[in-house]
Design a protein around this ligand. Structure first.
Ligand code: ADP
Ligand code: MG
Length: 384
């Protein structure tokens, strides 16, 4: 029953990050919005314990007990965050170890995935009062650097860019689209601003401003387009002595990504301009899925070239890089379909990790799944 499920503890607080690529998958439920309450929507997502999410179209306690075996579905993730979870808790659980790894010259990336309005930008950027993962990561980075060295050894640079309709733009210096070039260091956006950051204080304002520069729909000038992907890259450069006592430069890079709304990933069948944009979003999101699949399955060819997003993330996905996914969901039954898609996708990302012989978790055996009615979207992703 519910109480017993709630007592289930996590196997470990957080699987520790070792070498090699692996994906940790988290789910964050946001609070019910005022607008959703006003139209009388019900809650259809329940965080049962620290790892289990229960999705049902009937979600009050009685319905849950009565119908759980008939209509609901459980999912298990590395951690599941209820709507009361603070920004700091989300940061500590998902990203703080990646910051530590970046300080050791490794790369890492954190993605927020989910439908428009599910809480991706809140999780990544947050507000002035409640800063999100991007700001907390930089704050933590500076504090770790201070603990580590007093000699100003570390240099931190920030770049903030957007991929919209397969076009790359600099969010710190809006202007003409940037061209991607391949050089010795990998794929670079020519002319992209690398902002040298000295402290945390300046960063929130800078990122808020950058977020204002994201592409908006002509009809909704104040709202960021749901087709816009935003990438913050945090580069940490420092000097160390290698085994032969030579001084060498090392660079670690953390990529924090606020992905476009996942609901667009299906818009491929219409031949309008709108659907062309949809198709491009589809391209970036699907290209990301296939790269992750190929990487974890140990394929030789990783199809980075299929989209601008995956080209830009080439050095942040493979090798010694750690990857984290945060799936954002709304509690409202009005978003039931989108939430189901998001949880399916996140569940798939979790399977990928299992395939690569990393730590696998036992599913709760008591659980019976509802009859599957998978959407085309989920099928499409499952086939990748
Ligand atoms: P997305 O970027 O996925 O489209 P947003 O992050 O803009 O969605 O979130 C939609 C709305 O919900 C915003 O007004 C945001 O402030 C609010 N919101 C999202 N997540 C939370 C949360 N965890 N706590 C409080 N408000 C939230
Ligand atoms: Mg957003």
């Amino acid at each position: 029953n519910v109480q017993e499920l709630e007592k289930l503890e996590t196997i470990s607080e957080r699987p520790s990050l070792g070498g090699g690529s692996r994906i940790l998958v988290f789910v964050r439920l946001r609070p019910m919005a005022k607008k959703e309450k006003e139209v009388g929507s019900r809650c259809c997502v329940r965080i049962v314990n620290r790892r289990d999410v229960y999705l049902t179209e009937f979600a009050n306690e009685n319905d849950y007990l009565r119908l759980k075996r008939l209509r609901g579905r459980h999912f298990t993730f590395d951690a599941s965050f209820p709507d009361s979870t603070t920004q700091q808790e989300v940061y500590s659980t998902t990203t703080s170890e990646l910051v530590e790894a970046v300080l050791q010259g490794r790369n890492g990336s954190v993605f927020c995935y989910g439908a428009t309005g599910a809480g991706k930008t809140y999780t990544m950027l947050g507000t002035m009062d409640n800063p999100g993962v991007m700001v907390l990561a930089i704050k933590d980075l500076f504090s770790k650097i201070r603990q580590r060295s007093c000699d100003g050894n570390h240099v931190v640079h920030l770049s903030y860019l957007e991929v919209y309709n397969e076009t790359v733009r600099d969010l710190l210096a809006p202007g003409r689209p940037l061209v991607l070039r391949e050089d010795k260091q990998g794929i670079v956006a020519a002319g992209l601003t690398q902002y040298r950051a000295y402290s945390t204080d300046e960063v929130m304002a800078l990122l808020q401003q950058g977020n204002q520069n994201r592409t908006t729909e002509p009809t909704r000038v104040n709202e960021t387009s749901s087709r816009s992907h935003a990438i913050l890259q945090v580069m940490v450069e420092y000097r160390v002595k290698d085994d032969a006592k030579n001084v060498v430069n090392r660079v670690g890079k953390l990529s924090l990504i606020d992905l476009a709304g996942s609901e667009r990933a299906l818009a491929t069948d219409q031949r309008t301009l709108r659907s062309l944009e949809g198709a491009n979003i589809n391209r970036s999101l699907l290209a990301l899925s296939s790269c992750i699949n190929a990487l974890v399955e140990g394929k030789k060819h990783i199809p980075y070239r299929n989209s601008k997003l995956t080209q830009l993330l080439k050095d942040s996905l493979g090798g010694s890089c750690n990857t984290v996914m945060i799936a954002n969901v709304s509690p409202s039954n009005l978003s039931f379909g989108e939430t189901q898609n998001t949880l399916h996708w996140a569940d798939r990302a979790k399977e990928i990790r299992t395939k690569s012989k990393l730590q696998a978790y036992e599913a709760n055996e008591e659980i019976q799944y509802m009859p599957e009615s998978e959407t085309d979207h989920a099928k499409l992703l499952l086939e990748l």
